[in-house]
Design a protein around this ligand. Structure first.
Ligand code: NFC
Length: 557
């Protein structure tokens, strides 16, 4: 008899995502339903406030992608008010954004996703000498001696013997889906712990430019950090050298730890090609070399792919009311003109109306409304956003750096580009992109130093700071490519206050419920057709959903 299984909550850090899956008699997923189970109402909280404060509220949507909402928000308000920012501010924002993506992808690979492929308990059976031989054969990373792996294994044995697996508790250890030999599991666990320590170093760049992390400071009109090579309270030579050292170390870690681990682990799973999903991909693009309006200079290109067709990249314009819409036919909100009517975010509404079952309950009523996420669509199509979308769009557009790195990863794995349309392809795309953004960190550091050397220390344009200089009414759009994908903020300002503010978030695109036409979202599509070896331990569902790196705090905001 067909069964239904529920995984709730499913993300490793960022909690309130529920997946319900219907399995057929052979335990293959026939239908999946993705539900966000919490809502906070940031869009409602923003109404009536000073638009210059919006970044500080929206940034609190998330502590994981902690900088991206502030970035989209200041860009949105600057767009509405017609503010050009100084070159240093653009470069610092790009550097902080590249830092965010790099750190976020590293944390995703090791701490949010690796344990779907790595069996921690199997590492106890590893031969440390053999682990050392393997580690040295795949990388020049110095922490690879037999003694290093033996010590780590002893620590793990101590955890297990005391019954305190701590961060490794509650895994499906011993599941037949785990394919790595014990020695590769031991190497991966070692790097899990090293990456946990190292990721906090990367993000110090935010504390230098933004005062703190999470939630560094931003500013409408520029950045709030002063540049003065001769002052010890500003961005000076000492801090710039600290940034340079962090970038050097980050590139080394990505090249010598992340990428070799990704290739080594993926090599054991390359037959597991489930989870491809929609085949529709969207990216707004990011990393402007001049202004945001000049799409041609974006280092991450803008575009859309439909039906896996890499020969045609469609033009994307998120300002166009016929392109980006959100509807609520399956979401716990109501729209004045009807819940199935797609609204462009400049006309968007946020009116919560929970109509789901009263807890405790066994299943959601998925024929009706079943999520706190709205349903975004691009030209009525469900779209996947995120690293795989960006990598495919850049690859199809012939970006040389992406072509090289994709080529390297595919040739090491001995698979063709079609393997990218899968859960593992999504995971590989994140690694490919992480190598690229670590390179962007260096690129923007070099740009910043070169610009400072010209004597330009400006980080803020105060021309439109005074609300008396604003029009009575205006609208703006701000975008960024966050680690998980395309993020847009749309604002309507009237009489110096926020009249409406709408946010369409990467995890909302990917985790959206069905639309009024019955089209399923990216998670729902990626899960369909996947065989589940043991419905009591649905490791396969974790793998595919985690490969998108869900963040529900962002998605339902
Ligand atoms: Ni939270 Fe996010 C915001 C999402 O836009 N989704 O990547 C970014 O969180 O992680």
């Amino acid at each position: 008899m067909a069964k239904k299984i529920v995984v709730d909550p499913i993300p490793r850090i960022e909690g309130h995502l529920r997946i319900e899956a219907k399995l057929n008699e052979s335990n293959v997923i026939e239908e999946a339903y993705s539900s966000g189970t919490m809502w906070r109402g940031i869009e409602v909280i923003l109404k009536g406030r000073d638009p210059r404060d919006a970044w500080a509220f929206t940034e609190r949507i998330c502590g994981v992608c902690t900088t991206v909402h502030a970035l989209a928000s200041v860009r949105c308000v600057e767009d509405a008010l017609g503010i050009d920012i100084p070159a240093n501010a653009r470069i610092i924002r790009n550097l902080m954004n590249a830092t965010q993506v790099t750190q976020d992808h590293l944390v995703h690979f090791y701490h949010l996703h690796a344990l779907d492929w790595v069996d921690v308990v199997s590492a106890l059976k590893a031969d440390p000498k053999q682990a050392s031989v393997i580690a040295q054969s795949i990388s020049a990373w110095p922490k690879s001696s037999p003694g290093y792996f033996k010590d780590l294994q002893q620590r793990l044995i101590g955890f297990v013997d005391s019954g305190q697996l701590g961060i490794f508790a509650n895994g499906y250890w011993g599941h037949p889906g785990y394919k790595l030999p014990p020695e590769v599991n031991l190497i991966a666990v070692a790097h899990y712990l090293e990456a946990l320590d190292f990721q906090k170093e990367i993000i110090k760049i935010h504390t230098i430019f933004g005062g703190k992390n999470p939630h560094p400071n931003y500013l409408v009109g520029g950045m709030a950090c002063a540049i003065d090579p001769n002052s010890d309270t500003a961005i000076n030579i000492e801090r710039l050298s600290m940034i340079k050292k962090i970038i050097d170390d980050t590139q080394t870690f990505i090249d010598q730890v992340y990428i070799p681990d990704l290739i080594a682990i993926a090599g054991y799973y390359k037959g597991w090609l489930h989870g491809g999903g929609l085949g529709n991909y969207l990216s707004y693009g990011d990393f402007p070399e001049t202004t945001l309006a000049d799409f041609k200079t974006l280092l991450w290109p803008r575009g859309a792919i439909l039906g896996k067709d890499l020969t045609t990249i469609h033009d994307v314009d998120p300002r166009d009311a016929a392109q980006v819409t959100e509807e609520v036919s399956h979401s716990w909100y109501t729209y004045k003109g009807g819940d199935g009517k797609g609204l462009h975010p400049w006309k968007g509404e946020t009116t919560p109306n929970y109509t789901g079952p009263k807890p405790p309950f066994q299943y959601l009523d998925t024929d009706k409304k079943y999520s706190w996420l709205k349903t975004p669509r691009w030209k009525n199509n469900p779209m996947e956003v995120g690293p795989l979308a960006r990598v495919l769009i850049a690859y199809a557009k012939g970006d040389p750096m992406i072509k090289d790195t994709v080529g390297l990863v595919l040739s090491k794995l001995e698979v063709g580009p079609e393997a990218l349309f899968s859960t593992l392809g999504r995971t590989a795309a994140r690694g490919i992109e992480c190598k690229q953004t670590a390179g962007f960190m260096r690129h923007y550091y070099d740009q910043l130093v070169a610009n400072i050397k010209t004597g330009d220390y400006r980080t803020f344009n105060s021309e439109r700071w005074d609300p008396d200089s604003w029009p009575k009414e205006c609208k703006g759009f701000g975008y960024t490519e966050a680690p998980r994908g395309s993020l847009g903020h749309w604002i309507h300002i009237e009489d110096e206050k926020i009249k409406e503010y709408q946010i369409v978030v990467p995890s909302t695109w990917n985790a959206s419920p069905r639309d009024v036409n019955g089209n399923i979202g990216a998670y729902e599509s990626a899960l369909k057709g996947t065989p589940v070896a043991n419905p009591d331990q649905p490791l396969e569902i974790l793998r595919t959903v985690h490969s998108f790196d869900p963040c529900l705090a962002c998605a339902s905001h």
